[in-house]
Each structure stands twice: as structure tokens, then as C-alpha cells.
Design a protein around this ligand. Structure first.
Ligand code: CS2
Length: 509
């Protein structure tokens, strides 16, 4: 482009004063934390908390990034001395800050060796990860390791050359056990329920198949705290890179953009040395569950709802979908009437105020979060965001009329991507092919579609799938959302009685 200089250490002293720079001596950083999955979220969240911490209580906590899936990052970040810009965009506000906490990134897509070298390094005592929901290779409805997952089958046969996250972690722990024996915390930062427990399930289940000795060593030396993480940070676009150049005069290929809000609640259960993130806004608590339910059911539940109804209604981004009064009304009512009653009390948080705060975060027009991005991998997301609150509602005899709509939305989104429905859009979901095959076979009979999709027990736990109320809602929602007027259907649902006793849906094909 225009000859602007690229970001690098040598440029730091010459950047405009409004761009905040690392307030510590980067040359003295030492690798202490490894992070798997250096995407936009990590660079806006844990790396920023760590940057804050380094400025406050240095302790030399350098982060080493590991990417085991695309994109390749080592060269690009390497050219920038691992520096990058974190932009906060809040409607008209733009705030730039250079994050310096990452000391290097290794690409480990071709082989696990670079990842294993970092993870087994004795001074790494904290491993954080954002590997997306499907990275855990678990069965969403049960949380157990999916022993039929092709990567797990591969890794159990080739434990020294693993591809999956559970396989790589188990091998790294084995290397630690035989070389230096230092303890380590494995801290999941993904939006799966009881993420520490699921991580521990999949790693231990894998390790047990490698032998008792490793499993016992893990029991004694590895901690798997759960955590709730929050900050909206969509995939970076070319326009974001141009914004930095135009406003601040330098080129940064690794820019990330987020909202101002951030939150991190971590279960107080560690092995080895722990960065004191609680000094810079993170909370260490005994039980993350109430926080995690709140965040996944309210914020993420709203995002998922707006993504499916948004795509079906022709809206590109979350902020476009929520700017539509009907969708805004629908999502607010869903959260208030059906989701909030499923939540446990959360220390320091008023649920109704939290809902309003989330809705206003989602309305931030400067965050260009594509509905298709959020819609990705819905099969791995709907359990914690929608199905668990639905189960809780059903157990107490509450209405699920509104919460069942986005579940139908997820199905309709994948059904409409099938050949039979004209491949309305491209989708990415581990269950996309299966659902397209169902749609191609069945066509538009909502009852048969619902029967076939609800039979996928990796997503729909059998007692939920068998629930007559839930099934009836799904059939009606498929009828409405697959029709030519999905927004008309949402309007019809919205104008129905609120918190009414459960009624049978009007149509069932
Ligand atoms: C989003 C999340 O893509 C998605 O699934 O719902 O990445 C969401 O933006 C974050 O969880 C916010 O903390």
C-alpha cells in the first residue's frame, strides 16, 4: 500500500502519542504462559489482560502462542516483533493500543512437534486455550471424549504425532512427566459449559488409554480450572487494517478489533505458578458456574438467536439484526421471560441490568460481527446457549415458546444450505453434511425433518428429544422459519400471549 511503515519494535517510539504502548521492558520477558489458538479473541482478551498485568506486576510473564489450525501466524507476527494493535471500537470511538505480551508464535499445523516443544518447556506453567467448541473433540450433549472422532482415532494410534487438542495435550503432559515433572494449569477459555471439566474429561480419557502412569501423574500435577471469558471480537477485516493505517499512519497486518467491555472469571484451582490476572480485572472465584450460565445463556444465547434469525431475515451483522425492532423485541423477551428464570444468583450482577447491557453491546454498530460467523458450528453451541435453559424450563413447567425458536433457526439455517433447498448459503458446522442429507432425503415436511434432526443424540440428549412440548415447538418453528416469510413467523410468535401456559403449535405438518 501507500508506503506507511509496518509495526515493529523500532517504530514504537515514533507512533502517535494517542496510541498506547507497552509500559514495561519487553526485552526482559520470559516464556511463562502458552496459549493455543491465537485468534482475534485471544489477542483482544487474555493477551490484553496479560499486557495490563506486565505493566503492573511485571514478573516476566511472556506469552508464547501456538496455532495448531489455520491461520499461519508465526511469520506475520514475527515480522512485527510479535506486536499488534488492539483497536477498541465503540460506535464512533476508536482507541488503539499496542499489545506486547506475546513473545512469539509457533505454527504447528503440519506437525505437533513445535507445539509440543513449547507445551513441554519447563518454564511454561500456565497453558490457556481458545480452540473453539469443536476443538475439544467431545460429544456436545454429554461432554465425554468422542472416541469415534477421526482425529482421536488417529491420535490413539499415533500418540507421538497427535493432531487433536486432547492428543497434543496428553502427549505434552507425558513429555513433562518424563523430562522434568513440573506441574501445569490447563485453562480452557472456550464457551463450553464447565469448560475445565470437559477439558479434564477429554485429556484424562485420552491419557487413560495411554496408561495408568500418565493418568496418575495428571491427577497429581495438572489443574483444569473452569473459566468464563467475554469480549466481542469478530474476525479482522481488510477495512480494520486500513483504519489503523488511515488514522494512525502505520501498517499492521495483525490488527484485532473489539468492544470496550471485557470480563474474565476464573475458577481458583491451579497447579504451578499463576499470573496474577486478578490484579487487572479478572476474578478468581470458587465456582464459575453461575457466571458461565449467565454469559452463555444471555450474551451468547442472544448472539446465536440473532445470527440465525438474522440470516433468515436477510441481515448481515449482529448490529443490523438487533437494529430491527422485531428481532430486538423477540430477543429481549426471550431473555427476560424464559432465560433469566433459569439462572442462579450471580454475585454482584443484577440479571435484568445484565440483559440490557448485553443488548446494548450487541447494538454497537462499529463491531462488524457477521451473523454467518456466529452461526458457524452451531451444533457445538446450541446445547449450552439454548438447550440447557430449555431443559431447565421444561423441568419446572415453564414456557419454552421463545427459546425454541432459535433452535428451529439453527435447523432451518442448515436445512436451507442443502441442495434440495437451493443451497441458500455456505455453512460450516460438523453436522452440516448430515443435516443436508436429511433435508435432501425428506424435503419440506417439518415433522419428519424434526424427527430426523432431533434423533441426533450427540446434540439432543434423548430425554429432551422425546419431550412432546419441545418437539411440537420445533415442528411449528420449522414450518414458520422455512416458509417464505420467516420474519412474519417471528412476528406471529411475538404477538402471542406472554408466559402463557404451554400450547400446542398451530401447524404440524
Ligand atoms: C460468538 C462468540 O462466534 C461466537 O460464537 O458468540 O465468539 C462471542 O462473541 C464471545 O463469546 C463473546 O465473549
Amino acid at each position: 500500500m501507500s508506503g506507511s511503515e509496518s509495526l515493529a519494535s523500532s517504530l514504537l517510539g515514533r507512533l502517535p502519542s494517542e496510541v498506547r504502548k507497552p509500559a514495561y521492558d519487553r526485552a526482559a520477558l520470559k516464556p511463562g504462559i502458552a496459549h493455543i489458538g491465537v485468534g482475534a479473541f485471544h489477542r483482544c482478551h487474555q493477551a490484553e489482560y496479560t499486557d495490563d498485568l506486565l505493566a503492573k506486576d511485571f514478573d516476566r510473564w511472556g506469552l508464547v502462542g501456538i496455532n495448531i489450525r489455520p491461520p499461519l501466524l508465526a511469520d506475520m507476527l514475527g515480522r512485527q516483533d510479535s506486536l499488534y494493535t488492539r483497536l477498541i471500537r465503540q460506535n464512533d470511538e476508536v482507541e488503539a493500543r499496542i499489545i506486547g505480551s506475546i513473545v512469539g508464535v509457533v505454527d504447528s499445523q503440519e506437525s505437533a512437534a513445535p507445539a509440543l516443544d513449547v507445551l513441554a518447556f519447563p518454564d511454561i506453567e500456565m497453558v490457556t486455550m481458545t480452540v473453539t467448541e469443536k476443538g475439544y473433540c467431545h460429544i456436545p450433549s454429554s461432554g465425554a471424549l468422542d472416541l469415534d472422532h477421526p482425529d482421536i482415532v488417529h491420535d490413539l494410534a499415533n500418540p507421538e504425532a497427535p493432531r487433536s487438542v486432547p492428543g497434543i495435550l496428553a502427549r505434552a503432559l507425558e513429555l513433562r512427566m518424563v523430562s522434568h515433572g513440573r506441574p501445569v494449569t490447563l485453562l480452557s477459555c472456550d464457551n463450553i459449559p464447565t469448560n475445565g471439566t470437559i477439558l479434564s474429561n477429554v485429556v484424562r480419557a485420552f491419557a487413560e488409554r495411554r496408561g495408568r502412569k500418565l493418568a496418575d501423574w495428571i491427577d497429581a500435577n495438572v489443574a483444569f480450572p473452569s473459566a468464563m471469558v467475554d469480549r466481542i471480537a469478530p474476525a479482522t477485516t481488510g477495512a480494520d487494517i486500513d483504519t489503523v493505517e488511515q488514522r494512525f499512519g502505520y501498517r499492521d497486518a495483525a490488527v484485532v478489533v473489539s468492544e470496550r467491555f471485557r470480563q474474565w472469571v476464573i475458577e481458583n484451582r491451579f497447579a504451578g505458578r499463576v499470573p496474577r490476572w486478578e490484579l487487572v480485572g479478572a476474578s478468581f472465584v470458587d465456582d464459575v458456574t453461575p457466571f458461565e450460565h449467565l454469559k452463555m445463556r444471555v450474551l451468547n444465547g442472544a448472539q446465536t438467536t440473532l445470527s440465525y434469525l438474522g440470516v433468515l431475515g436477510g441481515f448481515e451483522h449482529t448490529s443490523d439484526a438487533i437494529a430491527n425492532p422485531l428481532l430486538a423485541d423477540f430477543v429481549r423477551r426471550m431473555l427476560t421471560e424464559e432465560t433469566l428464570p433459569t439462572l442462579m444468583p450471580v454475585p454482584g450482577i443484577t440479571p435484568a441490568a445484565y440483559v440490557e447491557q448485553c443488548l446494548s453491546r450487541l447494538a454497537n454498530t462499529a463491531i462488524r460481527h457477521r451473523n454467518h460467523q456466529i452461526a458457524t458450528d452451531g451444533s457445538q453451541k446450541i446445547v449450552q446457549r439454548l438447550l440447557n435453559p430449555i431443559r431447565d424450563r421444561l423441568a419446572k413447567g415453564g414456557s419454552i415458546e421463545l427459546l425454541a425458536v432459535p433452535v428451529g433457526g439453527w435447523m432451518a439455517y442448515l436445512i436451507k444450505a442443502s441442495t434440495r433447498f437451493g443451497r441458500a448459503w455456505q455453512v460450516s458446522d460438523p453436522f452440516a453434511e448430515k443435516i443436508a442429507a436429511i433435508a435432501d432425503r425428506i424435503g419440506s415436511n417439518s415433522k419428519l425433518l424434526a424427527d430426523a434432526i432431533l434423533a441426533i443424540d450427540a446434540i439432543f440428549e434423548p430425554s429432551l428429544a422425546a419431550n412432546a412440548t419441545f418437539r411440537a415447538h420445533i415442528v411449528a418453528n420449522l414450518d414458520g422459519l422455512l416458509s417464505n416469510d420467516p420474519m412474519g413467523f417471528v412476528k406471529q410468535v411475538c404477538s402471542g400471549p406472554t408466559d402463557a401456559p404451554l400450547k400446542q403449535p398451530a401447524r404440524s405438518a
